[in-house]
Ligand binder design. Structure first.
Ligand SMILES: Cc1cc2nc3c(=O)[nH]c(=O)nc-3n(C[C@H](O)[C@H](O)[C@H](O)COP(=O)(O)OP(=O)(O)OC[C@H]3O[C@@H](n4cnc5c(N)ncnc54)[C@H](O)[C@@H]3O)c2cc1C
Length: 470
């Protein structure tokens, strides 16, 4: 049992009044996850301002056997950023939010882990540079949290996930030592790829305090279109055609269904139905270039003409203004919010090979409806990389799933495995999916992960109860 009085005093001395908050109201918002499903009240909220302070906090916690929960913007969807048990310390990186440097020769930005993604976008906007990670939570999600979950987002098909955008890291390890690997190198094969190990570790192997990120020339032109299609097979074919016809200009190709659209339209203000023809399936495509004078509308129009000729498109329109382009994206990005406001839901963030998207949706839908007739299915996501958010709402008129949750998820995950997919595509495992990963991944793979965890964190103080059980 830790001596809490001396621990509290030591934390206060280390972090000062603003850096160590222990009142129940101080940590209230940070102690529960974004979906309000998980989180035990912590001993306190640590708000360090430097890697040295983070290291001191971790050493103190280790000495007092107090679990440490790293937290960024707390927008994670699997409960990774909140405590699984009593008596933890949440380490918030919110005050470490400086953009330290931007290098337009290296095309890199060196940032503290608490920099909010949207703030980085804004800071780069007037420098003709871009960090190509985009997701609905970008107004709150932090670079450390995005690396922690190895976030994907809508442009992953073209630019990769966070692991592909991180060149170097500075990390406080579970024993409080600081690993300085914040190098700005694309080619760096001097041993194991430690930075990659931290991408997706969900705070279980250390606390990221600084990152060197890859930048790209900012796009100066964009063209986007929204299409209505007859079914997911047509969407899959159109996705492949758009990839072939728009080549290196393709920035994102997303999909959603009529049910998802109606949820967003019903619950989120200011959204308007975008096309005269109702789905049942929609594809949102965007192409972009950083070279002025490229006829992007012509390139997109030609690609769309081929899709119409192929007989796969029922209706469609190219955005005629920046406002219309933004409106298309809002429809897609408000889909999770629409479903959240509808009431109870079960989320499944999964991926399958791109060529199996339609077959997976058909099989998983059939299986889910066998478990619970009338269950409402909202598959949406990233057509370019096979990431599907296969989210369920109870049948019309029902408030919940009448105890069918486990059976529904089991049916969906079995379909994922049958189609060669992953039970966790871009949101990680957190505390929500540990059991699932033990069930659906090989014993060898899970044992390897446990050995890595035990080697780096033998006392299990770093974000326990996430990713792997020890
Ligand atoms: C509306 C909405 C849309 C979303 N869309 C997407 C999407 O398109 N793609 C996608 O990938 N995700 C998406 N997400 C999920 C979420 O935004 C991402 O998982 C994001 O990466 C979490 O960042 P965060 O700063 O909020 O991290 P948190 O939620 O605070 O933490 C996430 C995990 O990272 C760990 N962590 C946090 N900071 C650090 C650090 N400094 N060092 C080490 N570990 C750390 C935490 O312990 C936790 O395990 C969405 C979420 C919402 C609410």
């Amino acid at each position: 049992m830790p001596d809490l009085q001396s621990f509290d005093a030591a934390m206060r001395e280390c972090l000062g009044e603003r850096g160590w908050l222990t009142g129940p109201e101080d940590a209230a918002a940070q102690s529960r996850d974004w979906l309000n499903r998980y989180g035990k009240p912590p001993l306190g909220l640590a708000r360090p301002t430097s890697a040295d302070e983070v290291a001191a906090v971790v050493r103190l916690c280790a000495a007092h056997d107090v679990p440490v929960v790293p937290q960024g913007g707390n927008t994670g969807l699997n409960g990774g950023s909140v405590a699984t048990g009593d008596g933890s310390v949440i380490v918030s990186l919110a005050r470490m939010n400086r953009i330290l440097s931007v290098d337009s020769v290296d095309f890199t930005a060196t940032v503290e882990a608490g920099v909010v993604l949207g703030a980085l976008h804004e800071a780069l906007a007037d420098r003709d540079l871009a960090f190509p990670m985009h997701l609905g939570a970008e107004g709150s999600a932090q670079i450390g949290g995005l690396i922690g979950t190895n976030a994907g987002g809508s442009h992953a098909m073209r630019f990769g996930m966070m692991q592909d955008l991180v060149l170097g890291l500075e990390v406080v390890l579970p024993d409080g030592t600081i690993w300085d690997g914040a190098r700005a190198l694309i080619k760096d094969n001097a041993g194991y790829q430690l930075r990659r190990l931290l991408c997706g570790a969900e705070g279980t192997l250390g606390i990221i305090t600084k990152a060197v990120l890859r930048l790209f020339p900012a796009p100066c032109g964009r063209s986007a279109a929204l299409l209505a299609l007859a079914d997911f097979e047509a969407a899959q074919r159109v996705g492949a055609l758009l990839r072939a016809r728009t080549g290196e200009f393709l920035a994102a190709v997303e999909f959603f269904g009529e049910f998802g659209l109606s949820l967003a339209l019903d619950h989120v203000e200011e959204l308007v139905r975008p096309l005269e023809t109702a789905g049942p399936v929609y594809v949102l495509v965007e192409i972009a270039s950083s070279i002025p004078g490229i006829a992007l509308d012509d390139i997109l129009e030609n690609a769309l003409a081929a899709a119409f000729e192929q007989g796969d498109v029922l209706d469609g329109t190219i955005a005629v203004s920046e406002a219309q382009r933004a409106a298309f994206w809002r429809l897609r990005e408000e889909m999770p919010e629409g479903q959240r406001l509808e009431g109870r839901q079960i989320k499944h963030d999964v991926s399958v090979p791109v060529a199996r998207i339609a077959a997976f949706i058909a099989d998983a839908s059939r299986a889910a409806k066998t478990v619970m007739p009338g269950v409402r299915i909202n598959p949406f996501g990233h057509l370019g990389d096979g990431n599907i958010h296969f989210n369920l709402s109870p049948p019309q008129g029902h408030d919940d799933f009448d105890g069918c949750e486990m059976a529904l998820s089991q049916a969906v995950y079995e379909a994922v495995v049958q189609h060669g997919g992953s039970i966790a595509a871009e949101h990680g495992l957190g505390q929500a999916k540990i059991e699932l990963a033990d069930r659906f991944r090989s014993k060898t793979e899970r044992a390897l992960m446990r050995r890595i965890k035990m080697t780096l964190d033998p006392h299990g103080i770093m974000n326990p109860g996430k990713v792997v059980k020890i």
